[in-house]
Design a protein around this ligand. Structure first.
Ligand code: DDH
Length: 307
């Protein structure tokens, strides 16, 4: 319909290269977490997209609804305001890019900058405004996974988005990056020793420390798994222990998930290829494009959301 107005056109590749370069420049953040904005940018991209519901066609990265309390205030999104704040100067410098494009693009740039695979990315997403019709498109809370649960929950949540077992395990490999913050999720700690370097270490540690992962109840009552290495030299700085969520551990207790953990632990190249494909798929969930690659969600939304 003409009602949606002009469809946004794809930015040129040189415009996008400038944005990519500016994102790369802000990844080093000496005073933040492990010195990098990269992990939290990846999480922003993932949470912006992970609300997708294939059955209704609702949710997904179009719209950038996290700017609004309805989605931004979902407890699952606690902490992502830091990622959005890191990107704000880029939005100011390149006002033509939408938030929805910027957040998803930043996730891909961060992964690449941290040594991960290149990730195909297409622009053209639009941002929801404040009209009632736009606000009604913001997905309900509670669509993102709960780390306290297990395999059935993962299959339900990611199945709703359209992912199979192999894709669930590949996506979970993003926990090579970053950390849990007690004041955001209630969990605490990092999965790997170098949480700003993208690799398959997460899968290797799941298996290598299989017998070492011990349940631990934190002071706030939240249960996670920890591995505290013994310090050999007493003069050494005590190493921060590593952690896994219950949802991470189910990847080795579920026999089908486990075969993929074993594959990715043994074959980093295979993990990189599969991760690139599945992260690109994640960012495209709910994005409908015409033959030129322009997003045509507006028209679809009118027939899709109202039915
Ligand atoms: Fe995750 N994740 N995630 N995750 N995630 C957390 C941090 C990060 C779950 C729970 C948590 C994915 C899947 C799952 C990243 C990327 C991805 C935290 C800690 C929790 C809890 C948040 C905090 O306290 O700051 C659960 C559950 C799942 C699941 O069920 C599979 C996926 C698919 C991705 C992805 O990017 C493809 C990243 C990166 C972080 C680190 C963020 C940071 O600030 O550092």
């Amino acid at each position: 319909s003409a009602g949606a107005g002009a469809k946004p056109s794809q930015p040129s590749s040189s415009q996008l290269d400038a944005v990519r370069a500016s994102i790369r420049d802000l990844i080093r953040q000496p005073d933040y977490d492990d010195g990098s904005a990269g992990p939290v940018l990846v999480r922003l991209a993932w949470h912006s997209a992970g609300t997708f519901d294939a059955a209704s066609g609702t949710g997904g990265s179009n719209g950038a609804g996290m700017r609004y309390e309805a989605e931004g205030g979902d407890p699952a999104n606690a902490g992502l305001q830091h990622a959005r704040a890191f990107l704000e100067p880029i939005k100011s410098a390149y006002p033509w890019i939408t938030y929805a494009d910027l957040w998803t693009l930043a996730g891909t740039v961060a992964i690449e900058a941290m040594g991960g695979p290149q990730i195909p990315w297409q622009g053209g997403r639009t941002d929801f405004g404040t009209t009632e019709a736009d606000q009604a498109k913001i997905p309900p809370r509670g669509r993102l996974p709960d780390g306290a649960q297990g395999a059935a929950h993962l299959r339900a949540i990611f199945g709703r988005m359209g992912f199979n077992d192999q894709e669930i395990v590949a996506l979970s490999g993003a926990h090579n990056l970053g950390r849990c913050h007690i004041d955001r999720s209630g969990f605490e700690g990092k999965w790997v020793n170098n949480p700003t370097r993208f690799s398959n270490q997460y899968f290797r540690l799941l298996l290598a420390n299989e017998k070492e992962w011990k349940r631990k109840t934190l002071g706030n009552g939240v249960e996670q798994f920890v591995y505290e290495e013994e310090v050999e030299d007493a003069s050494d700085e005590p190493e921060e222990g590593l952690m896994m969520l219950p949802t991470d551990m189910c990847l080795i207790s579920d026999p089908v998930f486990r075969t993929w953990v074993e594959t990715y632990a043994a074959d980093k190249d295979r993990f990189f290829v599969d991760f690139s494909a599945v992260f690109a798929k994640l960012l495209e969930l709910g994005i409908r494009r015409d033959a030129q690659g322009n997003v045509v969600n507006e028209a679809n939304v009118q027939s899709g959301y109202r039915s």
